[in-house]
Each structure stands twice: as structure tokens, then as C-alpha cells.
Design a protein around this ligand. Structure first.
Ligand code: NAP
Length: 488
């Protein structure tokens, strides 16, 4: 099936290192549509030489870029935002084709990505420092914010536009230069965004991108980890890879932002608005087929409303339409690849073997395609099951019955992760108690859709550190320099 985008040049199919170029060894790898496993594009399979060239370019461009007045950097970012918005349809189609999400979600992701670019265009001009009251006569004290230097951005496949925008926009706004490696499964959207950044006026060398296959991801990133000229790693992805990056960058003590895996609890108390809770769970869980770091992974429902909630949920989940992004009615697309479906199937089997019962779904959908899994509701889930301990990253809702608030808060926190948590209640005292007790970076209270460019996004515990978006997001790419003038 043709991609049907208006601008074919949004598929440059090459690295961008000051100019569009092939990998130095000329290698390429294929990009497939997860809906059909059909190859429809290819991009450079870069190695260490390409990573080094990108770093040289970013390092060479840093001195001039940091000297560009913040207002001018902001204007370039605003033009980038305008171009992203103007190409929403093409970019949405590209996301849906390489990542698999329904087209409405692909378009929505473009708008979400653009919102970060616009936000940081505005933030660029607000990197104010401090004038500090001096403790002695004849002295003046100041704190200035400065860009950290070259930033390496490493991104996952589940939000190929948003994850790039959330890193590159604040880095450029702060006056940093960037080297970037997108995920193997979704390199095309990121190349298209870089193409638009070039058109917006980002100078050569300031933003560099190299694509690589999974086999060469570490080869590329290790060059950046080991080089002292890279001053910051901004990573979104799994916790094991995040820990590896933290260890390996320790020798050069880089600044780190790690947006890692989650295992979000979703709690429904007896006093909740049950219909609102079902809707909130549907929105939070089934966006991107459950392949979202803030997706509820464990659902706890208090005994008094458990059966009503489970019935209503099962009815809504059974009605979800599964199919390729190209089908306008699809609400759940394919999973990203066969490995993802294997993991989901393993979690469902394990839960059933340990006593859970399938209310809806529970199996692959080979008639639709190899990478599809039916939206699933399990009841009778417990803490011993793989689906409670690991991120399933798919359209599976394991429901656990609970009795008391203390019991459920302890269960919700009994995980090394701490990205998102959700709960539904109408008791104002409980709302504050539970919101404060949950160990998570983001808490949805009677709300399933949390993310916004104006809000700080990030985790605690093994979900990482650092925040993207909000008035705090720019600081991740800056350091404070203290100036003290005496003899006045
Ligand atoms: P991943 O396997 O950790 O990959 C993320 C990125 O790291 C990809 O570009 C990947 O390249 C690269 N990579 C993999 N192994 C590497 C290595 N040894 N050295 C250097 N780079 C390496 O994660 P994923 O499966 O793509 O993404 C899903 C995970 O991301 C989930 O755990 C999800 O919760 C998390 N996530 C978190 C957030 C958040 O904001 N907290 C947002 C979205 C996703 P390849 O693609 O080539 O393997």
C-alpha cells in the first residue's frame, strides 16, 4: 500500500550530519509496516564512524549556537513548530505506518509533539538567572544559566515524534547542540522532523541524527557515552538500558535524564464514579494499544464495586475495533513487532496458569495479522503474576480485587518502578491521602489522560530521573554558573 504523503522529501532516507549523507560504510537496514510486516523503506545502518562524525559536527557548532540570542533561537523553534503543525497529516501517516497506531492517534501525536516545540520556544527566552544578596559590603553575586554543551538524545519507538520533540526542543532552546539516535523500528518520523527543523533554519551541525539497526545501537551510543565532549544524555526507553547508560557515562560524569519503564497502578475505590473510572481506564490503557509508558499495568478494584466495574469494562473492551492504521475504524493497531506479541502472550498464559480468568480476548489475532493481540480483560489477577511485576506493554488489563485503602496503597507501591499512578475516588480526604502516599512521578486523580507540555513528566525510583516539559524542563539542559564580583 502506498504511503500517500504529500511531500516525498519528508522521507530523506539518510543521516543528517550537517548535511544529508549515507552511513560511512554504506550499510542500510529495512523499515517494515508492523501491520503487515512488509518492508516499505530503508535507512542508514550507522556505526561508530558515523556517531563520531555527528559528535564532531555538534561539538563544532556549539560555540556559535550558544551565542545566538535566545529570542532568535525561539523564532527558529517557532518556525519548526509551525512546519510540524502544517505537516500534521503527512507526519501522522508516517507515524501510523512505521509504528502502527491508528491514524487519529498518529495525528494526535504530531500535535502533542508540536506542543513541546512551541512550549520550549517560549521557555527559551525565560532562562533567567538570579541576583543574590551579598553577605558582605563591596561584593555582587549572580547565578547564570548556561547550556550544558552537546546532548545525546536516544529515543524509543512508541512515540516516534513526541519523544524526539521533548528532547530536541529544550536542548536547542537552551543553546545546546544535539546528536540523536532514534529507535530501529521507527527511524522515519524522526528524519522527517529533522528535515523540517532544517527548513525552519536550525543551522548545520546544531542538530544531527544517525539511524542504526538494533545490532548497532550500542556501537553508536557507546561512542557518545565514552566521549567527554558529550555533556548530557537524554534517554527514553527501558530501565535495563537506562541503567547501562548511567553506568557507562559515569566515567565522564555526564548530566542524565532517564525516562524509563513503568508499572502503573490504576485504583478504583468503592466511592468512585464507576463510569468515569471505566472511561479513564479505557483512555489511559488502550492508547497506542497499551504500548505507553504511563499505561495502567495493574488495575485494583475495591470489593464493593469490583463486579460492576469488571462487567462495564468487559463490555467496552469487547467493542474495541482491532485493525491496521489504514482502516479508518481501527482503535487498536498492531503491536510493534513479533517479540512484543510474544511477551503479551506469555503474560496472559502465565496469569491464567496462576488462576486468573479471561473475561474478554486473551489470544493472538492471526486472521488480522501476525502482530495483533486481542484487547483482553483478566480477573483474579494477583501479585505473583508476570503481568503484575513486569510492564506488559500491550492491550491487557489484569484486574485485582482489594478490600482496604492501606492494602491497595502498599500493593501499588510494591514495585521498583514509579512513573504513573491513577486512582478514582470522590472522598476529598482520601484523595489527598492516597495522592501523597503513591510513589510515582505522575498521579492521575479521577483522570486517565495526564500528559501535557506544561506539566513535568518523569518518574521516581527505577522509572528514572529528570523531567520533560513544564517550567522545569529547560533546566535539564542547563547548568548554573555562579559569578562573584568583589572590590566594589
Ligand atoms: P529500549 O529497548 O530501552 O530502547 C530505547 C532506545 O535505546 C532505542 O533507541 C534503542 O535502540 C536504544 N538501545 C537499546 N539498547 C541499547 C544499548 N545497549 N545501548 C544504547 N542504546 C540502546 O526501549 P524500547 O523497547 O524501545 O521502549 C519501550 C520502553 O520505553 C518501555 O519500558 C517504556 O516504558 C519506556 N518508555 C518510557 C517513557 C517515559 O517517559 N518514561 C516514554 C516512552 C517509553 P533500538 O531501537 O535499535 O533497540
Amino acid at each position: 500500500m502506498p504511503l500517500s504523503i504529500r511531500r516525498d522529501d519528508l522521507l530523506p532516507g539518510r543521516n543528517f550530519i550537517g548535511r544529508w549523507c549515507e552511513a560511512q560504510l554504506g550499510r542500510r537496514f529495512d523499515v517494515a509496516d508492523p501491520a503487515t510486516d512488509t518492508v516499505f523503506a530503508s535507512v542508514p545502518d550507522s556505526g561508530e564512524d558515523d556517531a563520531r562524525a555527528a559528535l564532531e559536527a555538534a561539538h563544532a557548532a556549539f560555540t556559535a549556537w550558544r551565542a545566538v540570542p535566545a529570542r532568535q533561537r525561539a523564532q527558529i523553534l517557532k518556525r519548526w513548530n509551525d512546519l510540524i503543525v502544517a505537516h500534521q497529516e503527512d507526519l501522522g501517516r508516517l507515524i501510523s505506518r512505521e509504528q502502527g497506531k491508528p491514524l487519529a492517534e498518529g495525528r494526535g501525536e504530531v500535535a502533542y509533539a508540536a506542543s513541546y516545540v512551541e512550549w520550549f520556544a517560549e521557555e527559551a527566552t525565560r532562562a533567567n538567572g538570579d541576583v543574590i544578596p551579598a553577605p558582605v559590603v563591596g561584593r555582587r553575586m549572580f547565578a547564570l544559566k548556561e547550556p550544558v554543551g552537546v546532548v545525546a538524545a536516544i529515543t524509543p519507538w512508541n512515540f516516534p515524534a513526541a519523544m524526539i520533540a521533548r528532547k530536541i526542543a529544550p536542548a536547542l532552546a537552551a543553546g545546546c547542540t544535539v546528536v540523536c539516535k532514534p529507535a530501529e523500528d521507527t527511524p522515519l518520523t524522526s528524519l522527517a522532523l529533522v528535515k523540517l527543523a532544517e527548513e525552519a533554519g536550525v543551522p548545520p551541525g546544531v542538530l544531527n541524527i544517525v539511524t542504526a539497526s538494533r545490532e548497532r545501537a550500542a556501537e553508536v551510543v557507546d561512542v557518545w557515552l565514552d566521549d567527554p565532549r558529550v555533556r548530557k544524555i537524554s534517554f527514553t526507553g527501558s530501565t535495563p538500558v537506562g541503567k547501562h547508560l548511567a553506568r557507562r557515562s559515569a566515567d565522564t560524569l555526564k548530566k542524565l535524564s532517564l525516562e524509563l519503564g513503568g508499572n502503573a497502578p490504576f485504583i478504583v475505590f468503592d466511592d468512585a464514579d464507576i463510569d468515569a473510572a471505566v472511561e479513564g481506564l479505557m483512555a489511559a490503557k488502550f492508547r497506542n494499544g497499551g504500548q505507553t509508558c504511563v499505561s495502567p499495568n495493574r488495575v485494583y478494584v475495591q470489593a464493593g464495586v469490583h463486579d460492576t466495574f469488571a462487567d462495564k469494562l468487559a463490555e467496552r473492551v469487547a467493542a474495541l475495533k482491532v485493525g491496521p492504521a489504514s482502516d479508518a475504524g481501527s482503535q487498536i493497531g498492531p503491536m510493534i513487532n513479533a517479540r512484543a506479541v510474544d511477551k503479551i502472550e506469555r503474560h496472559v498464559r502465565d496469569a491464567v496458569d496462576r488462576g486468573a480468568r479471561i473475561l474478554v480476548g486473551g489470544q493472538r489475532l492471526p486472521a488480522v495479522g501476525r502482530n495483533y493481540f486481542a484487547p483482553t480483560v483478566l480477573i483474579g489477577a494477583d501479585t505473583t503474576m508476570a503481568c503484575a511485576c513486569e510492564e506488559t506493554f500491550g492491550p491487557v488489563v489484569p484486574v485485582t480485587r482489594f478490600e482496604t485503602e492501606a492494602e491497595v496503597v502498599a500493593a501499588a507501591n510494591a514495585t521498583p518502578y514509579g512513573l504513573a499512578a491513577y486512582f478514582y475516588s470522590r472522598d476529598v480526604k482520601r484523595i489527598w491521602r492516597v495522592a501523597e502516599a503513591l510513589e510515582a512521578g505522575l498521579v492521575g486523580i479521577n483522570e486517565g489522560a495526564l500528559a501535557a507540555e506544561a506539566a513535568p513528566f518523569g518518574g521516581v525510583k527505577e522509572s528514572g530521573y529528570g523531567r520533560e516539559g513544564s517550567i522545569h524542563g529547560l533546566d535539564e539542559y542547563m547548568h548554573l554558573k555562579y559569578l562573584c564580583q568583589g572590590q566594589l
